[in-house]
Design a protein around this ligand. Structure first.
Ligand SMILES: Cc1ncc(COP(=O)(O)O)c(C=O)c1O
Length: 391
């Protein structure tokens, strides 16, 4: 198993609060996902929106492409153009736009664009004319999520305009696609209903003479529903090793890629009966050693982890409870009578090997999903380090 380097605890150059992203874990997860997609004859789009779910878009994209993904998926034009600016030439799909955004730079950069309405199509075509190049379209059908995508009633009108655009060379149709509403319940009947609606929308496009790809599956469907793989799967959360079915790390084939860690800034002995952190929600039951760890809710530690015992860190060889309230910048760890050094590393969450804390555990304790935990670890004070980058 690749090691995450942890140089001397005293090293001055080490960040105090750090998200370490193991690109070997990204490659492991993508190889697994793209391997199962390939069995169905499907290609894999690694979803790297929101700065790769907080893991760093360009390095993650490169690792994913190395490991078997052939497409990248993002939410915004800026995210797509940033991938291009970092030298990535693989197909990139961008899917959440205003109709009046400036699409010309994205078309010029060969970014595939999702359209969900005739208004969005008009905006994209305007960009294509200005770029002097045909826009590559993924026509999004709303098959039951009622979020983005054209509703059934507007599909024919959208296709009419696409036919005109294709005829005059301003657009080509790459795909018809949609997004699942309840993929985390693999046998929910809505999944089948969405497939049927997507297939009807795709057939309508074929009836107009197009030969589009069809794509629908996110991570959960990639891992549980090969019949939904179609031409292309779009896993996001599983790329990062967070299990879309919420299986505990020891039961999941995925490997969490992010380790969130911070170095102890202060260690001190405190007598029995002292209140700890704001509101004095915890009082030392005995004389004890407290370690102050510089990561708080401004850095991505959910304040909802407040209740004592709901949060733990891995510090000085074992798991230890965070006591008292989570603050903006810091948490307090009860170390009992153990020797803990200033500068030592506390792992807030990571791969979960040896029973250490995980993002999944935070999500459960905070009443949220691990997507929110991973994307929440960011900000000016959290250094992001990529390890095991390979070639
Ligand atoms: C359109 C679309 N496709 C795929 C994904 C990836 O989903 P997941 O992270 O559940 O695999 C997302 C993420 O929300 C998305 O918005």
């Amino acid at each position: 198993m690749p090691e995450i380097p942890d140089p001397s605890p005293r090293s001055r150059s080490r960040p105090r609060t750090e998200a370490v992203v193991d690109l070997e874990a990204i490659r492991h997860n993508v190889a697994l996902l793209s391997g199962s997609a390939a069995v169905s004859g499907a290609a894999t789009m690694a979803v790297v929106k929101a700065d790769a779910y907080g893991h760093g878009a360009a390095p993650v994209a490169r690792a994913a492409l190395d490991a078997g993904a052939s497409w990248l998926g993002v939410c915004t034009l800026d995210e797509a153009l940033q991938l291009r600016a970092s030298g990535i030439t693989a197909p990139v799909l961008s899917w959440l736009h205003l109709p009046d955004e400036d699409f010309a730079p994205a078309v010029a950069a060969g970014v595939d664009l999702s359209v969900s309405s005739v208004r969005h199509l008009a905006g994209v075509l305007d960009g294509a004319r200005r770029a002097g190049r045909a826009a590559r379209l993924h026509l999004k059908a709303d098959t039951g999520l009622s979020r983005n995508g054209a509703p059934v009633a507007e599909w024919a009108a959208l296709l009419d305009d696409v036919v005109t655009a294709a005829a005059d060379g301003t657009a080509e149709v790459v795909a018809v696609w949609s997004h699942l509403a309840v993929a985390d319940q693999p046998h929910h009947p809505v999944l089948d209903a969405q497939l049927a609606r997507l297939t009807a929308a795709w057939q309508a496009a074929r009836a107009r003479g197009f030969t589009p790809l069809r794509h629908l599956a996110n991570s959960a469907a990639t891992m549980t529903r090969p019949d939904l793989h179609l031409d292309l799967v779009r896993p996001g959360i599983a790329v990062y090793g967070l299990d879309p079915l919420d299986r505990p790390v020891e039961e999941s084939p995925l490997r969490p890629a992010m380790t969130f860690r911070a170095r102890v800034v202060l260690v001190k002995r405190v007598p029995a009966g002292e209140g700890v952190s704001y509101g004095h929600e915890w009082t030392t039951p005995r004389e004890t050693t407290l370690a102050l760890v510089p990561a708080g809710y401004a850095d991505g530690v959910p304040r909802r982890l407040n209740a004592n015992g709901r949060m733990r860190v891995w510090l000085a060889g074992r798991s230890r409870p965070v006591v008292g309230r989570v603050c903006m910048d810091q948490v307090v760890v009860d170390c009992g009578d153990d020797a803990v050094a200033e500068g030592e590393t506390a792992v807030l969450f990571g791969e979960g090997a040896d029973g250490g804390p995980t993002a999944q555990e935070w999500a459960t304790e905070a009443g949220t999903i691990h997507y929110e935990i991973a994307t929440g670890v960011h900000g000016a004070r959290v250094a992001r380090t990529h390890v095991n980058g390979g070639g």
